[in-house]
Design a protein. Structure first.
Length: 500
């Protein structure tokens, strides 16, 4: 019997009342295993109302109370790593080791939130004028919302709500309807850790639910991770409604390989960064830029490694790459490969016909490698979000940087070289928010912030780290003057000597 994923509102499971449901498939088999309730505007309103009611007490709770809950939550997440990862594999399709890695990266932000006491310390300047002090504090916003993508159904929500609630806010999460179950488990474990009812709510849905949050007057801020067109829409709509917004968009991440690079290390990095998690991540390397005469050798090394990757169901321990999330997405990814040759590319590896024995109805695609790709081809211009790696050839470092900086995206980038001077120059000249030096996927650790430039980020704040704390709080400055006790009115004795 198909299970139903319902909402989590006010500390309990709430059955959907809209009558609308979305299908959730097992990507390895193509079978619909679950249906997810799609919220109406009224159901979104109910979740926001629960969060608003909870804020009345959570917003004034002590830091000690909040961190005690978060420490217990961290322990429960650690104990349930495999359970969360299994849900991710079942609905997203990524291999279990990738899913476990996702949970681990989410835990980093929970750990950061456990130390919120130091992050929320204010500032004080004394005697800025005669008997005048100035202090600065940061306070919570109220009800905040998160809208998260299918590719990291546990990690990206954990990039948002732990910091938000640690700062004293309450949260409404709208996860992807394609793989919703992990979000509910995260909320249930938070409740088990002692998080008061209504502090964290989960509403499932589609554009109706998204617009309900963007237009709700009681939602103070919105966090989003997804494609650039939707990020632009989220930013424009929420900003027009007076909300604070951080909207992380798409990417076309480049890896520049200089002639002096260790080509074996570069090829290893390119394969793991391009094809890991089936390329369904905004920090995937999807374009390798080979400088000078190394292109042929580098492509040969990448091909040699890519051909050895074992594709299969995510719950098979021998699988190194799983299926794509949906059949429609698989077909879209394949279209870039089938059309590449007509646009001038050399198709070194074509994975579009790949199937897995015994799982013929799964959303399978193999690894594709396109060489000598032009910058005006669709495979280069678009974010494919699948296991397709484009190789571009340039004559010099300067040509490579110019090509990369001309991209409208600026999420992550990498350089492979043995030359420290070249690497230093690259990190200053490249127009991207995250840079790797001999590191192919430069996702910052939890206490630094994640975010891109240009069309990869809309809004001023990056996510998690110090930027995350600042996003979920607002500053207040108080200027104070107190009279000297010695100047107390006659007849009031405070034990101070009189000045006159």
């Amino acid at each position: 019997m198909t299970k139903t994923v319902n909402h989590w509102i006010g500390g309990r499971t709430v059955e959907g009342t809209s009558g609308q449901y979305g299908p959730v498939t097992d990507p390895a088999t193509g079978a619909v295993t679950t249906r997810v309730a799609l919220a109406s505007v009224a159901e979104v309103d109910a979740a926001v109302a629960a969060a608003k009611a909870a804020y009345a007490t959570w917003g004034t709770s002590s830091l000690a109370q909040r961190t005690a809950v978060l420490f217990r939550y961290r322990a429960l997440l650690d104990a349930h790593r495999d359970d969360i990862a299994a849900l991710i594999t079942a609905e997203h399709g990524k291999v279990h080791s990738d899913a476990l890695g996702e949970v681990a990266r989410g835990l980093e932000i929970v750990e950061l939130a456990c130390g919120i006491t130091t992050q929320l310390k204010g500032e004080l300047s004394t005697q800025v004028s005669n008997r005048v002090d100035v202090s600065s504090i940061r306070q919570s916003l109220g009800v905040v919302a998160g809208i998260t993508p299918f590719n990291f159904p546990a990690m990206v929500p954990m990039w948002m709500f732990p910091l938000a609630i640690a700062c004293g806010n309450t949260f409404v999460l709208k996860p992807s309807e394609k793989d919703p179950s992990a979000a509910n488990l995260l909320a249930e474990l938070a409740s088990e850790a002692g998080l008061p009812d209504g502090v964290l709510n989960v509403v499932h849905g589609d554009k109706v639910a998204v617009d309900g949050l963007l237009n709700h007057p009681d939602v103070a801020a919105v966090s989003f991770v997804g494609s650039t067109p939707i990020a632009r829409y989220i930013h424009a709509t929420a900003s027009a409604n007076g909300k604070r917004v951080q909207a992380l968009g798409g990417a076309k991440n480049h890896m520049l390989v200089l002639p002096d690079a260790d080509l074996d290390a570069a090829a290893d990095a390119a394969v793991s960064a391009a094809y890991g998690s089936a390329g369904e991540r905004c920090m995937a390397i999807s374009a390798v830029v080979a400088v000078g005469a190394i292109g042929d050798e580098l492509v040969a090394k990448i091909r040699e490694r890519a051909e050895k990757i074992k594709i299969g169901p995510g719950n098979d321990p021998t699988s190194e790459m799983g299926p794509l999330i949906t059949a429609a997405h698989r077909d879209k990814v394949a279209s870039y490969v089938t059309g590449a040759a007509a646009q001038g590319a050399e198709v070194v590896l074509d994975g579009t016909g790949h199937t897995v024995e015994g799982f013929e109805d799964g959303h399978w695609i193999g690894l594709s490698l396109l060489d000598k790709v032009s910058t005006d081809s669709d495979a280069y211009k678009d974010e494919i979000f699948g296991p397709v790696l484009c190789v571009l050839r340039v004559e010099s470092y300067e040509d490579g940087v110019a090509l990369m900086n001309a991209s409208p995206f600026g999420n992550g980038t990498a350089i492979f070289t043995r030359d420290g001077g070249a690497a230093r120059r690259f990190q200053l000249e490249i127009q991207a928010g995250m840079v790797g030096v001999n590191v192919p996927i430069p996702v910052p650790v939890g206490y630094h912030s994640f975010g891109g430039w240009k069309d990869s980020l809309f809004g001023d704040h990056h996510i998690y780290g110090n930027d995350g704390v600042h996003f979920y709080t607002r500053g207040k400055v108080t200027t104070t003057r107190w009279p000297d006790p010695a100047d107390a009115p006659a007849g009031v004795d405070l034990g101070f000597p009189r000045n006159h």
